[in-house]
Design a protein around this ligand. Sequence first.
Ligand code: G3H
Ligand code: 13P
Ligand code: NA
Ligand code: ZN
Length: 328
Amino acid sequence: PLVSMRELLDHAAENGYGIPAFNVNNLEQVQAVMEAAKEAGAPVILQASAGARKYAGEPFIKHLIQAAIEAYPEIPLVMHQDHGQSPDVCAGAIKLGFSSVMMDGSLEADGKTIASYDYNVDVTRKVVEMSHALGVTVEGELGCLGSLETMKGDKEDGHGTDSTMTREQLLTDPEQAADFVKRTQLDALAIAIGTSHGAYKFSRKPTGDILAIERIREIHRRIPSTHLVMHGSSSVPQDLLAVINQYGGKIKETYGVPVEEIQEAIKFGVRKINIDTDIRLAMTAAVRKFLAENPDKFDAREWLKPAREAAKKICKQRYIEFGCEGQA
Ligand code: G3H
Ligand code: 13P
Ligand code: NA
Ligand code: ZN
């Protein structure tokens, strides 16, 4: 059934695990996540970005998720709006039936300009007021996602900033986080610790200077009852990059967030872990390999099947690694 995000994250906190939140855009991705969750006995957070709503169209996003609920009635599922850019976008998502929304007020509504703290407090509080009245959970974001190697924001997926930033802006401040939670009353807080969206996060396997897992512990100590959220949490598996490049792809050397670092973060209060890129890589690797090995095939179902299977495999692996097994 459709459940509230708050309920799922509270359970995760009580039992010390984290829930991957997977971005979905189409039928095969929704099916992959649901099948993975079924096999792992895990709860589900399906999230749709503005880009997903644009790609599939709002009725399709809505009904794909409704279909997941109908096909898997025993699995608790959250329908979450990822990176809402304004209170209006969040209101639209709630109207569509989402049980959880993210108001990303770290950037202004243009999705590019770094917002002032007061702006962020203002829009997030507005969304909390409107959402809580309807039983909808709210995620906010404080700090700017971006690289501590290049000191730049992540613009790769089109809704970040690429301006040069200070270490201060790229790392969420624990004291400010406490004030933010107090003033907005949100349920979950996305924090900046050096991760960024997309495949190009780190030029080497990250160490503490460029991936600030310790910072999470400090934030959690100040706001222990706020669920923390990690964006840009794909691990960018090297074996998937190798398959893509073996079959005609051209992806440069790059590194993601190691699973063991996420497991550490879960110990420090991270409850929701956003993953999109790993699914993209898994599906692309599977399609490239299948079509290279079967140049005579042209039935879309034939190449979508291995893509869906590859997506399921990585989702199930993350459910198990983050401690979700049997928690649904
Ligand atoms: O937040 C970023 C997610 O990876 C969604 O990406 O905006 O391309 O759908 P998208
Ligand atoms: P990745 O690009 O690391 O998968 O992050 C996705 C995300 O944070 C969606 O909000
Ligand atoms: Na971004
Ligand atoms: Zn994100």
